[in-house]
Design a binder for this molecule. Structure first.
Ligand code: DGJ
Length: 727
């Protein structure tokens, strides 16, 4: 039983494999947070909530010295006696923003319900998880708040979400509705965040927390390149393999806030959810509002264990569809090979050369539709450009299929170019605000997906193309962020719902398209990794990690991404040198090793390669096919961080433990190098591991406790791989 209610002590005890999460109903009806951390046996735990007289903290329900300001809480209100930041805030018709929630009832059941209209983790059988629902109520206004907690016992994860229901008779305006609140009893933590920019996404930043608020957020209408909807608190002594880490990952692709507030008594409040900035939502009587889900993972053994927990849960109980458990094809994408400058023959040539090299699928990127020879026009006109492709999409698809290759197509369905037939027909379909400039970015505007008719048209346009040819892969791109956020059809009081309604519209579109075309593998993309978030993984099991394809830069990007996201979800391509983003020259071998540490593809003109290079690529592709099961479905261990030194190393262990792949990278050459053994992780210390192609075996204990010698490598940007088989 993962969830237990101790009636005598009014305690809810949630237990996953190594984790406990405990809450308690306090008289007169407040829901307090008791504990989250390493698994503990049940006891009454009443001493954990101190009732101390705190000056300048007002008394709740006028009970002497009982102040919510000094009590850890589960879902704090605004306007009662807690003077820290609230988890939600509602404005009433009389202008007041004061509410007060009290416990009403609970329900425990096996399994997990779907979140209406939102992506979320799921169960395949009822026994995989147990759910606790707690109802809190403000009886004065009839606001009901349903807190849901699901324990994935064997995955060692707990998910939370909140539903606000208006059971009163007046209109409620939600100003803030976060998905989770956790109050820790002290502040001895560092915080980790994954922040960056376009082409340098998800850099790991670790910093101590301090009194006051520290937050990461997106106000850009997308989870964004700049911030990722994830934070973790770490004990000061925690590192990759040791110590306590508390992870919060939000399953949402729009504006978000993750805030850490340390108060006067050095307690730490963590919030995560939809960004309250420029957000409000009108809840009429009988209407409800569902927040996105937060996936909370506790690790008692550092960041490595935290990541492996997220990887497994997200790979198998967030990602869905036919490709969830299937090895992903090695692909070639024509973007960096040709940009907009291609025709049918060129694409067919690239495909047939790629086929000789063992590549399994070709993705035709931007430029196949409308009159799109530059990025200045045609988004919204999803009709094949017959000048470039006289035989149409189908001719290419058939040509590829006849060679045994799959065919993939690029779309940017959420966008509209002012120079497009769609815009000329529906100039009000873009997101805009009357009398304000419609600011373009990359010559494009955003379709207003808060409108049903716009969503329906997007579904129709994309579906028509997908049904017109044998397409087995779609790259779903999105290349700008929101400005002048507003919808032509929403009443004024609902305007601040637009950005969230856009995301709900987008989720509806993706649900419909991905379920109508279950045989298509979908890859999401937003100028690379601008929406690499759990919300997208629910619809599309892989993401183009970054527009930066430089092998050296990718070390940090892929390392940072691996903190939360499964390796199989990371698109990773070998591109030409000098690299198009940073103009660096790296060897084909190093580029291959970096790309093979994810979901391998190629993005260069293979027809222009020398014979020697083609032989090398063929070898890479053959080798990747041999190891991809381990890379895509195995356990991932980080060994050396590119954020800490000149070296990076990581390793993969197959699901059955029988195959081990280790990659080592050294960025700049060093003279007279130190002796630094590379210690492996996660092996069976009592087993022997044989290096393939060599007559040499090592004990698992040797590999983990003594370590491998790093061979002598010459020059900059070097890499090395070891492959072991367990004997
Ligand atoms: C941005 C993507 O990240 C690129 O890979 C490419 O598809 C371009 N858009 C095409 O416009």
């Amino acid at each position: 039983m993962a969830i237990f209610f101790d009636k005598d002590n009014n305690l809810f005890h949630l237990r996953a494999k190594d984790t406990s999460y405990v809450l308690r109903i306090l008289e007169p009806g407040y829901l307090a947070h008791v504990y989250w951390g390493r698994k503990v046996r049940s006891s009454n735990l009443d001493y954990t909530i101190p009732f101390v007289n705190r000056a300048f903290s007002t008394w709740t329900d006028n009970i002497e010295n009982f102040s919510l300001d000094a009590i850890p809480q589960e879902y704090p209100s605004y306007g009662n006696t807690d003077l820290r930041s609230p988890a939600y805030q509602i404005q009433l018709e009389n202008g007041s923003t004061i509410t007060n929630l009290k416990y009403e009832s609970y329900n425990i059941y096996k399994g997990k319900k779907k979140l209406e209209g939102l992506p979320a983790t799921y169960v395949e059988s009822e026994n995989e998880a147990e759910t606790l629902e707690i109802i809190l109520k403000d009886n004065i206004i009839g606001l009901k708040v349903l807190l849901s907690y699901t324990v994935f016992e064997n995955y060692d994860a707990i998910t939370r979400s909140v539903k606000l229901i208006n059971e009163g008779s007046e209109k409620l305006k939600i100003l803030r509705a976060l998905s989770a609140n956790v109050d820790f009893r002290d502040d001895e933590f560092d915080m980790i965040q994954l922040c960056g920019a376009h082409v340098r996404e998800r850099n790991i930043i670790r910093k101590p927390i301090t009194v006051g608020s520290q937050s990461i957020e997106s106000k850009r209408g997308a989870s964004s390149h700049q911030a990722n909807p994830f934070i973790a608190l770490l004990r000061k002594n925690a590192d990759e393999d040791n110590g306590e880490v508390f992870g919060f990952s939000l399953v949402y692709s729009g504006n978000f806030l993750a805030n850490v507030e340390v108060d006067q008594y050095k307690t730490t409040r963590v919030h995560i959810g939809i960004n309250p900035f420029d957000f409000s939502y009108i809840l009429r009587p009988l209407e409800s509002f569902q927040t996105p889900e937060v996936v909370m993972v506790y690790s008692d053994s550092g960041l490595g264990k935290l990541s492996r927990t997220y990887h497994k849960l997200y790979r198998t109980r967030l990602a869905r569809g036919k490709y969830r458990d299937k090895e992903r094809p090695v692909l070639i994408n024509n973007w960096e090979a040709t940009y907009f400058n291609f025709n049918e023959n060129k694409i067919k040539e690239i495909a047939s050369t790629a086929k000789e090299l063992g590549i399994e699928l070709l993705v035709l990127d931007d430029g196949w539709f409308g009159k799109r020879d530059t990025d200045k026009n045609s988004l919204g006109d999803w009709v094949v450009n017959r000048e470039k492709l006289p035989g149409g999409i189908n001719s290419i698809a058939e040509n590829l299929n006849s060679q045994g290759m799959g065919f993939g197509l690029w779309f940017e369905p959420e966008m509209i170019s002012p120079d497009s037939d769609l815009y000329r027909k529906h100039p009000d379909w873009c997101m805009h605000v009357p009398n304000r400039n419609r600011s373009e970015s990359r010559y494009q505007l955003i379709l207003d997906l808060s409108r049903n008719e716009v969503c329906d048209e997007v579904i129709k346009m994309v579906s028509d193309i997908l049904s017109s040819a044998a397409i087995s892969y779609v790259k779903w791109d999105m290349n700008r962020n929101m400005s002048e956020i507003g919808s032509a059809v929403l009443p004024s009081e609902n305007q601040r719902e637009t950005a969230h309604r856009y995301i709900l519209g987008l989720y509806k579109i993706m649900e419909q398209i991905t379920s109508s075309f279950p045989d298509i593998l979908f890859e999401s993309c937003s100028g690379g990794g601008g929406r690499f978030d759990p919300g997208f993984l629910y619809y599309m099991p892989q993401t183009w990690t970054s527009d930066n394809t430089d092998a050296v830069e990718r070390l940090k990007i892929q390392y940072g991404t691996s903190l939360v996201y499964p390796i199989i979800s990371m698109g990773s391509h070998v591109s030409a040198v000098p690299n198009h983003q940073v103009y660096r020259n790296t060897s084909l071998e190093t580029r291959g090793h970096v790309a093979m540490s994810g979901n391998l593809g190629y993005e260069l003109d293979v027809t222009k390669m020398s014979e020697k290079e083609k032989v090398a690529v063929k070898k890479q592709v053959d080798f990747y096919k041999e190891i991809r099961n381990t890379i895509q479905f195995g356990d991932f261990y980080r060994l050396k961080s590119p954020f800490e030194s000149n070296e990076t190393a990581w390793m993969f262990i197959s699901e059955d433990g029988g195959e081990v792949i280790v990659y080592y990278f050294r960025v700049l050459a060093e003279a007279n190098v130190d002796y630094k053994p590379l210690r492996l992780k996660g092996l069976d210390k009592n087993s022997e591991y044989k290096v393939t192609n060599k007559d040499r075996a090592f004990g698992g204990d040797e590999l983990m406790f003594i370590g491998l010698n790093i061979p002598s490598l010459q020059g900059d940007f070097q890499s090395y791989i070891w492959k072991f088989k367990k004997i």
